[in-house]
Design a binder for this molecule. Structure first.
Ligand code: AMP
Length: 399
């Protein structure tokens, strides 16, 4: 039986999901959090059971040992040989990777060379890969890149108007992110168009948020930039702002560029404007209570998302479908309704408001037959894409 593990290793966490392939049946999922601490947390869900334990997990290698041990102890697998492939999420693939790749020395070296473009992420991904390699040395290991889907953009969509020397010398350009999610959503969307590829505006709106314009199943434009700080406003991130804000605020506050960069990443967005929270549920509650800054943050957020939808409508020469996905897109019917209200006068879209109110975390077409574009809620599933790619490399490897 073919079991494939999808792994997302962060700097202090390791998320995993085990699939039976090719059925794509989820056998278990879990997370090791606070890796590096004496009071780390190991959680696993399988069948209708779940377990959470607080224990020391001092490094990623220990976390992987716990994962494998738990799989055997819970009877999810009988032996480690059942795991035939591991797919690893890699945030930054730079200019090198336009699709997933088998892990080898060259892949590892390239991911390592991209650490300056995603310092926290790529380093952690390599630590996670090496920890799995130690315990499962002979399985097919595959790197699945968040940026790969966006490699089809044309230069006029990814080059920044900076001296071209910097673009060339330092690979300073737009790479985008959430590519695996947007690719999954684009594939799902074909079901609404008799298997054909529609023109899509895909909105992955969670604590990190990005919007992608997709044509013929390929990305033509995406909102995140060199790093996931760019694009629309997010939970704690600014999204696009005038670059001179950095210079001006550093002068005003006396903070360094690095300190201000941290503020742009971790203390801005919904949190920064509202002074309440980065979580849209808290913002909604504060709005109900009449909190003025929460109301401003909410309006700003809606405006920024709507503006990108308008931009990509033009970029695509008209669109067939708008998709809402990720934490906010899948769960917040208020958010979806506000976006549709904002874009409807220009784009002539309409949703069934009563139906929309009932949709939380499940797939549904919420537009009415009168709407100029279809509007769908589609829960994203990056892990299954990772498992699919890992499994297809395994099949190629074992022909
Ligand atoms: P993600 O990064 O995709 O996991 O999304 C996380 C974010 O989704 C949270 O920070 C919340 O802002 C938002 N979210 C999650 N559940 C809900 C919900 N039921 N209603 C509104 N927003 C939600």
């Amino acid at each position: 039986m073919a079991k494939v593990m999808a792994v997302n290793a962060g700097s202090s966490s390791l998320k995993f999901k085990l699939y039976e392939m090719p059925e794509e049946k989820v056998l278990c999922s879990g997370n090791a959090e606070r890796i590096g601490w004496e009071d780390a947390i190991f959680g696993i869900k399988w069948g209708d059971q779940s377990e959470k334990t607080v224990l020391p997990i001092l490094d990623h290698a220990r976390a992987v040992e716990l994962v494998v041990q738990a799989l055997i102890d819970k009877g999810i697998i009988k032996s480690m040989d059942e795991i035939i492939a591991v797919g690893h999420r890699i945030v930054q693939g730079g200019k090198y990777f336009s699709h997933s790749e088998l892990f080898n020395k060259d892949t590892e070296d390239k991911i390592e060379s991209l650490i300056p473009l995603a310092p926290l992420h790529n380093k952690a991904h390599l630590v996670g890969f090496r920890a799995f390699k130690k315990i499962l040395p002979n399985v097919t290991s595959v790197a699945v890149f968040d940026t790969a889907f966006h490699q089809t953009m044309e230069p006029q969509d990814y080059v920044y108007p900076i001296p071209y020397e910097y673009t060339k010398k330092y690979d300073c350009r737009r790479y985008g992110a959430h590519g695996t999610s947007h690719n999954y959503l684009a594939q799902k969307a074909t079901a609404y168009f008799g298997g054909k590829n529609p023109k899509i505006i895909s909105c992955h709106i969670g604590s990190g948020a990005s919007i992608t314009a997709i044509k013929d199943g390929k990305c033509v434009a995406t909102s995140m930039g060199l790093t996931p700080l760019g694009g629309i406003m997010m939970g704690t991130r600014t999204g696009d702002i005038d670059p001179s804000v950095m210079n001006y605020l550093c002068k005003c506050t006396g903070l360094s560029v690095e300190e201000m960069y941290q503020i742009f990443n971790k203390k801005s967005g919904l949190l920064g404007v509202s002074e309440v929270s980065n979580d849209s549920r808290d913002i909604a509650k504060a709005c109900e209570e009449g909190n003025e800054l929460a109301l401003l943050a909410d309006k700003l957020f809606i405006r920024r998302v709507a503006d990108f939808i308008g931009q990509y409508f033009v970029r695509l020469g008209g669109a067939d479908m708008i998709i809402f996905s990720a934490g906010i897109g899948e769960n917040s019917s208020e958010f979806r309704e506000k976006i549709v209200d904002e874009i409807a006068p220009a784009l002539h879209v309409e949703i069934d408001k009563e139906l929309n109110k009932t949709i939380h975390g499940k797939e549904c077409l919420i537009s009415t037959p009168n709407s100029a574009m279809k509007i769908a809620v589609i829960p994203t599933d990056e892990e299954v894409m990772i498992a699919r790619d890992a499994y297809s490399f395994y099949l190629k490897d074992n022909k």
